[in-house]
Design a binder for this molecule. Structure first.
Ligand SMILES: [Ca+2]
Length: 402
């Protein structure tokens, strides 16, 4: 919340200093005590002449007008307000005007007899100055009853709230009510900080297709809490909790970035929106089977690993070690096997949507396998695709794989 000075652009808009700054169509207008309650601190209103005099409302008007134009700025927003009242049954309308001309968007208002009526507007100026006038319109009859005016006020909302942050009437009434009505000169007015969505990126930003998703709550600041949240992302299978600001659901969207607008509304219906996006994809799943293709001592080796899931996928040896001489680069295990061994290790595949670990074994065998038959080195013996390790003849080993 911030407290700022709200300057009434109309000097003596509440007639606290009698007729100063005003001219009157009927010179007999005078300051009188208020007939009926306005907020405290309003010691007098201006009214038409005393009840014994005549006011001709036979198609005529009666008006009070500031005596010199006040500057305004085209394009800026202004809060305009006046209290009016009459017990003259021949008066049927009152209007806040610019001298003798209507202000754009502000028309006359019917008034009920002897009841204070609030003229209240947010007006976007199309002028460089205005001469505020309260214009009563009547018909048929001469009588001497009363017309009251009080608390005429013009506030430069653009100056108070800043460009593009001017409130609507509901918000302004809330602000003013918190401080009491004010009627003259400079008064302080409490305005809420600008309502803003402070979350920059919805977390988690990456959303896995076909899996339940729940975000960290989107955050807002300013305005007048509590907040409610609105968005239109139902076509992505997601929705926002109107109270918590948490986005959840299951999306079946294909890979890619989805974008949508999130709106926050505060308790006085001020709203602001922000564009957000989420990235849809799927987590990795390593599809290469274990054990891996056997390596041969001293020979170059290359084995590409594969995984499903949204690219890019980053590969690493999560635990264990690759056979001596081999290394993992990207998704390829390669190198020159240096040691006859069987290695067991865990490969990790990671992308923005998840992690998959899978254990592999990789055997490195001897390149120069040979065998001995009765003391002579010979080639290798195979049977049904299996390499034979030893052959015995009548208890004597006649063949041995090295
Ligand atoms: Ca007053």
């Amino acid at each position: 919340m911030a407290t700022v000075n709200a300057t009434n652009l109309i000097t003596n808009g509440g007639f606290e200093t009698n007729t100063s700054g005003w001219t009157w169509q009927n010179a007999a207008w005078s300051r009188v005590a208020l007939p009926g309650a306005l907020p405290t601190g309003n010691p007098g209103s201006y009214c038409a002449q005393a009840p014994t005099a005549n006011m001709n409302f036979s198609g005529a008007t009666m008006s009070a007008e500031v005596s010199s134009a006040i500057p305004v700025t085209s394009g800026r927003k202004y809060y305009i307000r006046a209290y009016v009242r009459t017990n003259n049954t021949n008066v049927n309308a009152v209007q806040f005007m610019n001298g003798g001309s209507a202000l754009t968007g502000i028309s006359s208002v019917s008034i009920s007899s002897n009841v204070w009526t609030t003229l209240e507007y947010i007006w976007t100026s199309n002028l460089s100055s205005i001469t505020p006038r309260i214009n009563f319109t009547g018909s048929n009859g001469n009588n001497g009853k009363l017309l009251f005016i009080d608390n005429i006020m013009i506030l430069d909302l653009t100056a108070i709230y800043g460009v593009s942050k001017e409130p609507d009437l509901t918000i302004l009434r809330t602000d003013i009510a918190a401080n009491g009505m004010f009627w003259e000169g400079v008064k302080s007015i409490t305005i809420p900080d600008e309502l803003a969505i402070t979350t920059t990126t919805i977390q988690p930003y990456y959303i896995t297709r076909n899996k339940p998703y729940s975000s960290i709550a989107i955050q807002a600041t300013g305005g007048t809490p509590p907040y409610s949240w609105i968005t239109a992302i139902g076509n992505y299978g997601l929705d926002i909790n109107s109270i918590t600001g948490v986005i959840s659901g299951i999306t079946t969207n294909s890979d890619g970035v989805i974008s949508f607008s999130v709106t926050v509304r505060d308790s006085v219906n001020r709203t602001t929106s922000k564009q957000f996006s989420l990235s849809v994809g799927t987590e990795p799943s390593i599809s290469t089977a274990s054990p891996l293709t056997e390596g041969v001592l001293g020979k170059s080796y290359s084995q590409s690993l594969s995984a499903t899931g949204t690219l890019p996928i980053t590969w690493s040896v999560y635990s264990g070690t690759l056979p001596n001489g081999l290394s993992l680069t990207g998704s390829v295990i390669s190198g020159t096997a240096q040691t006859i061994q069987q290695s067991t290790f865990t490969i990790r595949a990671v992308n923005n949507w998840g992690v998959h670990d899978k254990q592999f074994t990789l055997n490195v065998r001897d390149l120069d396998i040979f065998a001995w038959l009765r003391g002579e080195r010979i080639g290798r013996c195979w049977m049904n695709g299996e390499e034979i390790r030893e052959i015995f003849l009548k208890g004597e080993r006649i063949y041995r794989k090295k």
